[in-house]
Design a protein around this ligand. Sequence first.
Ligand code: HEM
Length: 460
Amino acid sequence: PDSIPSPPAYPIVGHAHTGVIDPVNSAQSYRILREKYGPIYQLNFYGKPFVVVTSQKLANELCDETRFHKFVSGALEQVRNGVGDGLFTAFHGEENWGIAHRILMPAFGPQQILGMFDDMLDINSQLLLKWERFGPDHPIDPSDDFTRLAFDTVSLCAMNYRVNSFYQEGLPPFVKAMAGFLLESGRRSQMPNVVQGFLRKENAQYEADMKLMVDLCDEIIAHRKSHPGEAKNDLLERMLEGKDPKTGRGLSDANIRNQLITFLIAGHETTSGLLSFTCYHLLSTPSAYTKVQTEIDAILGKEPIQLSHLPKLEYLQAVLRESIRLNAPLGMLSLTPSEDTIVGGQWEIKKGTRCGVEINGLQRDREVWGEDAEEFKPERMLDGKFEALPPNSWKPFGNGARACIGRAFAWQEALMMMATLMQKFDIRFDDPSYHLQLKQTLTTKPKDFKIHAIPRRGAR
Ligand code: HEM
């Protein structure tokens, strides 16, 4: 087998702390690496290898679940400190993953998500009202308000709990604690344990952030248990009542709490990123902006949005698919081979090696998307073209059994938000010369991106 290309490394640390991966903008670092090293390269952090693939051909091999499986390592392993065996961070083969997966899959099924329409619209209307009151002259940070939207939506739909972030000046304490926790988890994954022990202030803050999240979710569970009359057919109820069809077992309170925090983490930054990038791409591509607004006007007119509108918004759906193709909020799928294996017919990867599918590379592979792969063109997602893509070309929601359980949830929320937003407002860049920059915690979002929302004349 051929050796996998690798950038020059330092002794001991390898590529850690060398600037090869910028911790606050790793998406940009991975872009530079892919442009230099192509479809496969290897990094090492303190002697631990990390093989990254960036092409559809290789990603297709890594997405074969008979050969590779999810590998909870790096920042994700640190996130376990706060959410343990929740679905997102459960180790491959961990028993509680199977139990929770079987109980929760039906709870995220299409009918259940349709049933969340009213709660989603409730929060959605709060954002629209806020923007209306700001008026056309006020620069809006869409990422912040989409974070509020996604966070309030997931907590209302999952556990009937109102965070009311639109009624608070700053972000709610839970959101701040979570952001701190995620950032610190990422930092810890790059830090040897010996050093970590000395960082007393950081460690105390980390503990406090985790405690705040745990306490709130424990309180919500305790409240529900002591007020059974308030039960709603929400995710919390399903977790409290549900039995695994295979083992007959239910979920423990600790595991339910882990799942709740997991949904709050997994469900808010990702969706918020998708919405922010979508605004950015529409503003940068006036032809797509006009087309999507024309579609929304034709289907919704001045009526309040209804469930029946959603499947008709085909161009908007293509816009979202294309936006998340160019800017996937979660940029890396972490996998490992179950046995020693050879990929691409020439590169050997040993069992247990940490591997990554770099989603932004994959989703810009010229062999799949053509020479205009870097351009925003929703048309490539229309008229059966999306369905006809080569396997595993578009993976913003992950792979196989470990793919995103909240995909339909996020999609409905995003369709509703963009449709109502463009029905009621025209949006404009605050700074017309703005070029996309990225900022990152566990997920990627646009940096310093501000817009104006101008109420449309005659819109309701
Ligand atoms: C898993 C992306 C929204 C809950 C994943 C994975 C990706 C992803 C890439 C796989 C991660 C991996 O392989 O390590 C996204 C994106 C979203 C989104 C791009 C929005 C646009 C949501 C929402 C929820 C959610 C709204 C919950 C309400 C989860 C959970 C998992 C997961 C629980 C772990 C599934 C498992 O391993 O069993 N998501 N997600 N996500 N997501 Fe999402």
